[in-house]
Ligand binder design. Sequence first.
Ligand code: MG
Length: 342
Amino acid sequence: MKLTYYPYTIKLKDRFTVSSNSRLATPAVMVEINHNGLTGFGEASLPPYLKEDQTSVLNFLNQVNLSQFTDPLQLDRILDYLNNCRDENFAAKAGVDIALHDLVGKILNVPLYKYLEISPAEKRFTSYTIGISEDEELTVKIREASQFKFLKIKLGTGNDREIVERIRSITSVPLFVDINQGWKDQYYALDMINWFKEQNIILVEQPLSKENLKDAAWLKERSPLPIIADEAVQRIDDLEKVSEAYSGVNIKIMKAGGIHHAHSMVKKAKELGLKIMIGCMTETSCAIAAASHLSPLADWVDLDGAELISNDLFAGMKIVEGRVEIPGTAGLGVNKIGKQDN
Ligand code: MG
């Protein structure tokens, strides 16, 4: 097996602002694994809060020696090796893990969901994310998102009520709200969530600081809406400690360290009684397709990452009328269409 990789800058269609940062692009590293004439594609997407960058990913991938393996179908063995290469670099590991799964699916000529023994029958609607925006821009973005059955609104800036009221003057579509740890006080949080309940808001993501499990548990106990952990949960070992403090968890392949770990997290989270959201970073259709194969296992899906970008490198992953269409061809089910230099 031959591993190749290159840095890629994912460009956003519009400036994307959340309570902690604002950006026009997301750095990434694209991964390819070649074996007997087949290519598996993968991707490491690196938003600023993940503490990985292109340099750290390239350094990690420089150390990964896949030429020692002759059979990609020994996936568990290869993934064990990958995990043990280093403790950190989870997005980098996700890039390799995605490419390996794509390759294995292509060798066996089965879509990834089938390889993972997931039924594709359950179709999920994804939310579409609206970053923090000025009034005029907000109106335009919401009108543009009319195909989506759920919107995800980034809040946590101090004028949350005004933003929700503004949105409600334009649309009555159900909302997910993501506070990105922006609220400091649990009493304020509860007041807001009680009001959200009347505004056709479905769930609240990461209202308080990720470290503050005590107040999160207090809030969950009283909240009329499900409270979802995102920043508070990165990997499988984090699930147990949040299971009393949150109603659900946002599982992302980049945080988990790959498809294999994200799938294991889904199973463990269900055992712990947590609801499941499958989410994403700003990603091309490669990593979004990978996550789409897990989407039937989720209660809520937030897989709009490739909808927000202007230089997707892949085709084959579709969202139709807001519904996630899981690709049905071998592996991830996407084809590379773009040029890697951008
Ligand atoms: Mg979030």
